[in-house]
Structures are given as C-alpha cells and as structure tokens.
Design a protein around this ligand. Structure first.
Ligand code: NAG
Ligand code: NAG
Length: 166
C-alpha cells in the first residue's frame, strides 16, 4: 500500500507540474552552469552548445550571460562559423547581458573578445515553435495536445486512486 500511496503522490505532483507547464509562459536561463560566460577549458570546448541542447527554449524566454572583461554578440550563422565580430546584430559588454527570444529558430552567440570565440566561447540556441500562444498557424493543434496530456495524466491519477482503494 505504501508504494501505491507514493505513486499517487507522485502522479499528483506530475499533474500539478503539467498544469503549471501550460500556464507558465517564460523562463530565464543563466548561461553556463557555475562559471557563467567564460572561455571554456580546452578539454571542454563544446560546453555551451551542450548546455544549450540540454534546455528547451521557447519564444519569450530570456537567457542571461554573466561575465567579467568579456562581451556577448549575436551574429549570423556564417559569422558564428568564422568567429567574425565586425558587425554584430546585438552586442553587450556590461557583465550582465539579458537577451529575450522573440522568434523561433537558431540564434548564434559568440564572445566579442579577440580569440575567445575560436577557443569555444560560442553557442547556438535553438528556440522551439511549440509554445501555442505565439504560432498562429498551429495554435489549434498545440492546445489539443496540451488538453490530451492533461486528460492522460488525469486518467493516471484516477487509476492510481483505484489501485489505492483495492
Ligand atoms: C577537464 O580537465 C579538468 C582538469 O584537468 C578536469 O577537472 C575536468 O573534469 C575535465 N573536463 C572534462 C569535460 O573532461
Ligand atoms: C565579417 O562579416 C562582415 C559582415 O557580415 C563581412 O562584411 C566581412 O567580410 C566578414 N569578414 C570576414 C573576414 O569574413
């Protein structure tokens, strides 16, 4: 019985978490883990792209770069590949740079300090479309998905209550 009670608690938590998922609209992510935005260690040059691919960014989300004596630039894909810092689309160098995603697709960030991008201080962020509130063409199917997920979790909760009673 203890396990099914634990199950129930677990499912209720999932249920509440999933409700929250459908109502929370934006998140703020701090780039990197503890180090912030720095030149990565030579054995860890993919650290930022790994960090970015571990997160699911949506339109409206914000990323936050924390750094010292450095800078952050948004550039095009070609400029990213070449570490070309001559014409950034966006530039910040005050140590605390926030950037909000206003469209889906890829964003290319590099350090503006000479040599840093070449050492791996660069990152591609891919922003998803599946927010539901921002994509006009797909909003219908997106909210249907959301609803069926809620219904599915509700069924699990009911089943679990059943197993608790019998
Ligand atoms: C890189 O090297 C440092 C020190 O040599 C080590 O502590 C760290 O775990 C290494 N990181 C990776 C990703 O291998
Ligand atoms: C850097 O980018 C700018 C703007 O896109 C371009 O005009 C320039 O030729 C590029 N420089 C190099 C070395 O690729």
């Amino acid at each position: 019985m203890a396990t099914s009670k634990a199950n129930l608690v677990f499912l209720v938590i999932i249920f509440i978490a999933s409700l929250k998922h459908f109502t929370v609209t934006s998140f703020k992510y701090e780039v990197g883990n503890t180090n912030g935005w720095v030149v990565p260690a030579s054995n860890d040059s993919k650290v930022y792209n790994k960090w970015a691919s571990d997160n699911r960014f949506k339109i409206g989300d914000t990323i936050y770069f924390k750094y010292q004596k450095d800078s952050v630039m948004l550039v095009t894909e070609d400029e990213y590949k070449q570490c070309n810092t001559t014409q950034p689309i966006f530039f910040g160098n005050n140590g605390n740079t926030e950037f909000s995603f206003d469209r889906s697709g890829s964003y290319y960030f590099i350090s503006g300090v000479s040599g840093h991008c070449e050492k791996g201080q660069k990152m591609i962020v891919r922003v998803l479309v599946d927010d539901g509130t921002t994509s006009s063409g797909h909003s219908g199917s997106t909210s249907k998905h959301g609803l069926s997920a809620v219904v599915f979790v509700l069924q699990l909760v009911v089943l679990s209550i059943g197993s608790l009673l019998f």
